[in-house]
Design a binder for this molecule. Structure first.
Ligand code: SF4
Ligand code: SF4
Length: 504
């Protein structure tokens, strides 16, 4: 690992979309293509399929085993590029892949996982064979749809639509910071997640003039070249929080609670507390690490104000953010954050969290983010301060459609977490916390497991994901007839809920 003094102050990161194929030879796909012994190696399927399923490398006699994760399924039968019809020997068979159905859950369905992988590979919106907008939870974002006007206003052009988001609305002396897309990367600690994945997150933040966040595990030195895009999180354990890490950050975030586990502090099991994690957290290797809940120094808005004053004093240029879960009085909490001096109210709803959050907490506590956003938006507006504070929503933002719905309900922007891990190949097995961590090499600090990913690959997968999301968001704004994402804020009139459509 480089020492601080040998690290460059800054490095450039390209946001150019480039192919970033999966790391595995046989990635999981929605469909399976079976090539039987009837195959005569004529090569017709290679010439016919436009999706790269059939490949015969230069000089090879036989066609390779199909890359069937790229197959778009029976719908291809309507096109000229259907390999099943093209094969004169009847050697090809198409079927659903039962393995794909074993992945994910009702919020992160197999189709959402597969479509996120497709975007991370290509930088393009996924094909119509995948349901890429909604999951199957039966509520919330999954039951909301946009109402599109019959035609967009004349003269509106996609290239003129702005997806920028201003983060400092207080009009104070602190910097005005605008990010290129209305979302940024959420906090994941060194200890919970592989440093290479974390650096990929920092690099995509740099490429899109956005942010990632340290989470509660300290500030790895390797973040320094990206420091203008790294939020320092101050959480109850204060692991690795130092004056210099506060002074380095353009935004400092107080994490009061996480939506996935309100009332519970952080918890890193001993197996993941490796020597480097222990050094970063200034603790003992192999020991399970708990961070308390709550901050025992904060029991009122006045206490919170003292917290923010402390950071404002240590770093006179930082914007101040407070991340809170969504209790029943979340609207009062948001107003308190503003009056204490906060620039960003970060609402973390109940659906978020990786496999590190226990299911009993994740599924049973806190308010879904869809309820919290509207409540906070209206309360801040009634207080006359809505335009002086930025409201960021997280906890279950899976797609650009979720981002747009959250904004239409009253948020300014979103924070994403799991979607970034899915782009890196997460299958939502929820084993992040156990043993040495993730068998896919993502949520781990194990030296062998982390060899499974490399920084450039992580970066490119995330650049591609962000590019595809931005393109899909622009397309959605165009169809809604809006020239900027800020014009979407609070436009609940553009939404409809499938359960109440008949009442409209
Ligand atoms: S078209 Fe049929 S016979 Fe020809 S290479 Fe493909 S699977 Fe084999
Ligand atoms: S262990 Fe890895 S693959 Fe499984 S949910 Fe966690 S990050 Fe995803």
């Amino acid at each position: 690992m480089s020492t601080v003094s040998s690290l460059p102050e800054s490095v450039e990161v390209s946001r150019e979309v480039r192919p970033a194929p999966p790391r595995y030879r046989n990635e999981i796909g929605k469909f399976a293509i079976h090539r039987s012994s009837l195959c005569a190696a004529c090569g017709r399927c290679v010439e016919t399929c436009r999706h790269g399923v059939h490949v015969r490398p230069e000089g090879y006699l036989h066609v390779m085993r199909p890359f069937d994760y790229r197959c778009i399924g029976p719908g291809c039968g309507e096109t000229e590029s259907y390999c099943i019809d093209a094969c004169a020997h009847g050697a090809l068979k198409l079927s659903a892949n039962p393995v794909s159905e074993t992945m994910g859950d009702r919020r992160w369905t197999p189709d959402l996982l597969l479509s996120t992988w497709a975007m991370a590979e290509t930088g393009l919106p996924p094909g119509n064979h995948l349901e890429s907008e909604v999951g199957a939870s039966g509520g919330g974002f999954d039951r909301l749809r946009f109402r599109f006007p019959d035609s967009p206003p004349p003269g509106l052009r996609r290239e003129d639509i702005s997806t920028k988001l201003e983060l400092n609305r207080r009009g104070d002396s602190r910097p005005r910071i605008a990010i290129d897309v209305p979302w940024y990367g959420g906090g994941m600690s060194f200890g919970s997640t592989n440093i290479r994945a974390l650096l990929g997150k920092a690099r995509v933040a740099k490429a899109f003039h956005g942010f990632t966040c340290t989470g509660e595990g300290g500030y790895p030195q390797r973040f320094i070249p990206y420091k203008d895009h790294v939020i320092t999180q101050v959480a109850t354990g204060l692991f690795g929080v130092r004056e210099e890490t506060i002074q380095r950050a353009p935004i400092v975030e107080f994490k009061y609670a996480q939506g996935a586990k309100p009332g519970l502090g952080g918890h890193l099991l001993g197996d993941k507390n490796t020597p480097s994690v222990a050094a970063m957290r200034e603790t003992v290797q192999g020991v399970s690490l708990f961070s308390p809940f709550p901050f025992h120094s904060v029991y009122s808005v006045e206490d919170h104000r003292k917290h923010l004053d402390w950071i404002a004093h240590v770093n006179p240029r930082a914007l101040l953010s407070a991340k809170v879960s969504t209790p029943a009085d979340v609207d009062m909490v948001a107003v308190g954050i503003y009056y204490a001096g906060g620039h960003i109210v970060h609402l973390d709803g109940s659906y978020g969290g990786t496999g590190a959050a226990p299911n009993v907490a994740k599924k049973n506590i806190a308010m879904p983010i869809e309820y919290a956003i509207g409540r906070v938006h209206e309360f801040l507006a009634a207080e006359g301060i809505r335009d002086q504070v930025t409201v960021i929503a997280s906890g279950g933002i899976r797609t650009p459609a979720d981002v747009a719905k959250a904004i239409a309900m009253g948020a300014d922007g979103c924070v994403i977490g799991t979607a970034e891990l899915v782009a890196l190949g997460c299958i939502r097995c929820t084993a992040c916390e156990s043993g040495r961590g993730c068998a896919r090499g993502i949520a781990t600090t194990d030296d062998e497991l982390l060899e499974m990913v490399d920084i450039e690959w992580c970066t490119q997968r995330l650049v591609n994901l962000y590019a595809a999301w931005q393109r899909m968001l622009v397309d959605l704004l165009f169809r809604l007839g809006l020239d900027s994402v800020s014009a979407l804020r609070g436009r609940t009139d553009l939404l409809t809920h499938l359960d109440y459509e008949h009442e409209a």
